[in-house]
Design a protein around this ligand. Structure first.
Ligand SMILES: Nc1ncnc2c1ncn2[C@@H]1O[C@H](COP(=O)(O)OP(=O)(O)OP(=O)(O)O)[C@@H](O)[C@H]1O
Ligand SMILES: [Mg+2]
Length: 322
């Protein structure tokens, strides 16, 4: 299984809680935005529990309602309804001895919540069309990206079910609130892709990492991982600079121009040109100033004024002849 990167204090605190609760059969509710690693964390809790060798069964609570939902969770007997040609077991039975992961639990249809709560009390239920009570031994972990308290206020989620599910609440912070974890995550995923694709990982310029730290990652770790995979696939032997990043990602940093401030426009245009030329000359200021048709002194002045910092030969590109 993939490793769970723990690269900041908030994650270390979370892992402390995970170690404390994993061995007990308490219900855990993992909250966090999409892509923060809720399912991955649920699996880790399962794997650190005495149930590790038994099944981990994820069920998406958002996709079914009514009888279909009951069928998915509790199964049915042969002939229970039209189309029930064979007996079928549901997720509760499939997870027997292991862990049932209720993903997107806020989406659990309100009409199904009462029955569901009852089953969570004693883990006994009947398959649809069945007569026999079935007892299972499962540990329940749920996850949501919604604020369940808000759902309760809106009348969409039962309060009693909420308290049953969240004996231990765990909140996974969005990536923008743990930005110091970004460089470590980047390194981790790049190594992972290197192993998967059997190709050398590209070197990323410091400015690229800076940009990643500045970005807010609304899709969280999933978004970061997907972008890195894209960069990894299209990269050549050359180090990856800001200009090599996909345009749709760079677009997030485009500032809407509110004014027609000429000084500002000039500064942006000059900064771009200087960065580009320095990139092409491998950071050689002498050559860069010739290409820009300005004196090395003027170039030095502009670098200072616009606070432009460039590594010498940072991208390893061969200097252009001037
Ligand atoms: N701490 C982490 N270390 C390594 N990989 C991670 C970490 N957190 C998340 N990931 C990766 O990010 C991706 C998204 O994680 P996951 O599916 O667990 O998120 P989620 O919170 O369940 O998202 P959603 O709410 O959209 O279902 C997965 O590919 C997972 O492997
Ligand atoms: Mg998920």
């Amino acid at each position: 299984m993939n490793e769970f990167v723990i690269d900041c204090n908030s994650m270390r605190e979370i892992m402390k809680v995970v170690r404390q609760v994993a061995c007990y059969d308490v219900n855990v509710l993992i909250m966090g935005e999409s892509g923060t690693g809720k399912e991955m964390l649920a699996k880790i809790i399962h794997l650190q529990s005495p149930r590790a060798s038994r099944p981990f069964v994820p069920v998406n609570c958002g996709i079914l309602s009514g009888m279909m939902f009951e069928d998915k969770l509790f199964g049915h007997e042969k002939g229970a309804f039209t189309g029930a040609v064979e007996q079928s077991i549901g997720c509760f039975e499939a997870a027997h001895g292991g862990t049932l992961f209720l993903d997107e639990v806020a989406e659990l249809p309100i009409d199904n919540q009462v029955d569901f709560l009852r089953v969570l009390e004693d883990f006994r239920f009947m398959r649809i069309g069945g007569r026999e009570l079935i007892q299972v031994d499962v540990r329940v972990i749920s996850a949501t990206n919604k604020d369940l308290k808000e759902e309760i206020r809106k009348g969409l989620f039962r309060e009693d079910l909420f308290y049953r599910l969240q004996v231990i609440p765990i909140y996974l912070p969005p990536l923008r609130d743990r930005k110091n974890a970004v460089p470590g995550m980047v390194a981790y995923f790049m190594n992972q892709f290197e192993a998967i694709y059997k190709k050398n990982k590209p070197r990323l310029h410091d400015e690229v990492i800076d940009l990643f730290v500045r970005y807010d990652w609304p899709g969280n770790i999933r978004e970061l991982k997907n972008l890195l995979e894209r960069i990894f696939i299209i990269s050549s032997d050359k180090a990856v600079g800001v200009d090599d990043l996909p345009p749709d990602f760079l677009w997030h940093f485009r500032e809407p121009s509110k004014t027609m401030d000429l000084a500002e426009i000039r500064e942006k245009a000059e900064t771009r040109a200087i960065l580009e030329v320095l990139r092409r000359t491998g950071g050689d200021r002498e050559k860069a100033s010739k290409l820009l048709k300005i004196s090395p002194r003027t170039l030095r002045h502009k670098l200072q004024k616009y606070d432009i910092r460039v590594d010498r030969n940072a991208n390893g590109a061969p200097p252009l002849d001037s």
